[in-house]
Design a protein around this ligand. Structure first.
Ligand SMILES: [Zn+2]
Length: 383
């Protein structure tokens, strides 16, 4: 990874680059930052730069033999340690057993969260395990660094989320952290340094990696030709956590599940349950404005689906099974008498949400209109 691929963070980059050029490279460094910040990305760029055979003024050359292997995280002198899940099948609990998976994931999104990673290795992780760095790993690290460097000037041992290390492994590694063999650099990438042993923390030089600013997040996606509107929408509910925004933009917006909210709304409107409607309005208003607009778009889509359900080939429907079951019962209430009225009312709410109209009033009025709309019977029945 190159420094220039990471937006912002000029001060940290300069500090690391200057240090490397002057051969002032601390053997134990701790990069600390929140979830979704640039800490891992910076450590990647730094490892590559340390070993680049043709260092440029502000970055690695990205073309020498060393760079090519650091770029793909496959250099034999780059050791990657990260939390894994213990299961009954694995006897040895070390990162190397699933290194390819981690590489692939971290290369795709170097801003990823621990949860994201654990989900990748076990999507069924029902017990909510967070993963750990086990004592086998400590032994493995010691074995590895006991050998001579393969070819690099700086062998890099990169430990992602060292706070998941258990006490036993941390204690085992203390001595190693203190006096690593010459040419070995430990880079710890932590999200929660308080969970590290004090004795471990005190041996490391700390680099605090700040969160991205909103402008930096926008800049990142601008270079990837993703619309500012879409990014801002994500920032509004994910904050400046770049890792989560990348993940969210990869998924389509359709995946946000508005179905329960919509079906509940229609049920209340049909029953003209005013008290229920008031509560429902409160709950939609608790969502951010962008979410409210997404909900309105989703509602428009379902109304359109009803028309397809009623009048066209069902294979044209792009709906989940749950939505299909719902359409079966709901579609008869959407007909040529009310479709256009409903669609227009939804559109009007969308425009007013854009203009910062009061969402409480908008959704309450819309709900009242919907109670009427759903009672509009079709004049003729198409068979
Ligand atoms: Zn290079």
């Amino acid at each position: 990874m190159l420094f220039k691929e990471i937006v912002g963070h000029q001060k940290i980059k300069k500090q690391l680059i200057d240090g490397a050029k002057k051969n002032r490279v601390p053997h134990a460094q701790l990069f600390v930052g929140n979830s979704g910040s640039a800490k891992l990305a910076i450590a990647f760029a730094y490892s590559q730069f340390l070993n680049c055979d043709n260092k440029q003024e502000k970055d690695s050359c990205n073309a020498c033999a060393s760079c090519l292997r650091f770029k793909s995280l496959t250099h034999p002198d780059l050791h990657l340690i990260f939390p894994i899940l213990k299961n009954s099948k694995t006897k040895i609990t070390i990162s190397d057993t699933i290194i390819d998976k981690w590489r692939e994931k971290a290369l795709k999104n170097p801003y990823l969260s621990l949860n994201d990673w654990i989900e990748t290795i076990d999507s069924t992780n029902k017990t909510g395990k967070k993963g750990a760095i086990y004592k086998d790993e400590a032994l493995n690290i010691q074995k590895k660094i006991g050998l001579k460097n393969y070819e690099a000037k700086y062998r890099v041992v990169l430990v992602w989320m060292p706070e998941t290390m258990n006490l036993e492994s941390a204690n085992k590694l203390l001595k190693t952290f203190e006096e690593p063999p010459k040419g070995t650099v430990f880079l710890l990438i932590s999200e929660d340094e308080k969970k590290l042993l004090k004795t471990v923390r005190s041996r490391f030089q700390r680099v605090k990696v700040p969160d991205f600013s909103q402008g930096e997040v926008l800049e990142y996606f601008k270079a990837k030709s993703i619309s500012e509107g879409q990014v801002k929408k994500n920032i509004s509910f994910l904050g400046v956590d770049l890792g989560s925004i990348i993940k969210s933009i990869e998924k389509s917006d359709d995946e946000i599940d508005f179905f329960p909210l919509f079906s509940e709304w229609m049920r209340l409107c049909y029953k003209i349950d005013i008290e229920g409607i008031c509560k429902w309005v409160d709950s939609i208003c608790a969502e951010g404005r962008q979410r409210q607009k997404q909900f309105v778009s989703y509602s428009t889509k379902i109304i359109r689906d009803c028309l397809i359900y009623n009048f066209a080939n069902h294979t044209l429907l792009k709906v989940t099974n749950q939505e299909k079951n719902f359409l079966e019962k709901f579609a008869p209430f959407v007909n040529e008498e009310n479709t256009i009225i409903i669609a227009e009312q939804l559109e009007k709410v969308n425009v007013n949400l854009e203009r910062n109209g009061s969402s409480k009033i908008l959704f309450f009025e819309l709900s009242l209109q919907m109670t009427k709309n759903l009672k509009l019977k079709r004049k003729f029945v198409k068979k």
